[in-house]
Design a protein around this ligand. Structure first.
Ligand SMILES: [Zn+2]
Ligand SMILES: [Zn+2]
Length: 255
């Protein structure tokens, strides 16, 4: 399997995942043209995708979904509430995804689980890709018991490390925006993400993608330091830490 973060952050999110026979995109938050270009960059033709799966209706997760689905005749999977809220999605081949249900896209098993975020019905995902369990949660207001339970025993995690608490505090953002980011319907800080990883450590954890990093209130160095602190204090596993931001070359993990 291979997983590649094509884009990550408030300007757009897209994660490419492939098994031996199936290729899916989780979120399509850049233009169709840019996503096609980034897929080409990792040797994948957009028309070879099997599906696009969208976690919630914010622009940074769905911008290119409609155009990509139409251009390459791809099915779009998301919750019905999310589909109804997608901005100007147009005519697409829509497939229903239910929270808590498991469905197969080719040989990739996909399960969506609800998260708290300021969208109509936001979900994270757990995928089984050729026997590798991949957990994805990039817009989490707070780590609920359900989130913690669903993300257990993953070999690969894609988790948001959105902001550094001190940088957010010092930022000239209006107060209500800061509250939105750090509230229970916003995003996780580096520290909160590291605490989550601490709960999810197990000997088979191979990689942690640090996702949805703020461009103004975080740096890769700070996010890495928070994670490394947790990883250094244990001996059960040494997962690779992978960062990816909009405009930065994507990094892959294969196994
Ligand atoms: Zn969002
Ligand atoms: Zn987002």
């Amino acid at each position: 399997m291979r997983i590649c973060q094509l884009a990550s952050g408030s300007k757009g999110n897209a994660i490419y995942i492939e098994s031996d026979t199936t290729r899916v995109l989780i979120d399509a938050g850049l233009s169709a043209r840019e996503l096609t270009r980034r897929l080409e960059g990792i040797g994948v033709a957009a028309h070879d995708l099997d599906a696009i799966i969208v976690g919630h209706e914010h622009r940074d997760h769905c911008l290119g979904a409609g155009p990509l689905c139409r251009r390459y005749a791809l099915p779009l999977y998301c919750l019905p509430q999310t589909f109804a809220a997608l901005p100007s999605i147009g005519e697409v081949d829509y497939c229903t995804l239910g929270a808590g249900e498991r469905l197969n896209v080719g040989d990739v098993a996909v399960e969506a689980f609800p998260v708290t975020h300021d969208a109509v019905a936001p979900v994270g995902f757990v995928l089984n890709v050729g026997g590798v369990r991949v957990g994805i949660a990039t817009d989490l207001g707070v780590v609920t018991r359900l989130v913690l339970e669903r993300l257990q025993r993953c070999q690969v995690l894609v988790l948001e490390t959105n902001h550094d608490e001190q940088m957010l505090h010092d930022d000239p953002y209006p107060w209500h925006l800061k509250q939105r980011v750090r509230g229970t319907h916003g995003h996780l800080s580096n520290h909160q993400a590291a605490e989550l990883v601490q709960e999810l450590l197990w000997p088979e954890l191979k990689a942690v993608f640090m996702a949805h990093m703020s461009e103004t209130n975080n740096t890769e160095k700070l996010a890495r330091e928070s994670m490394q602190c947790v990883l250094n204090a244990q001996a059960c596993c040494t997962p690779r830490l992978i960062a990816g931001q909009v405009g930065v070359a994507s990094e892959s993990f294969s196994c």
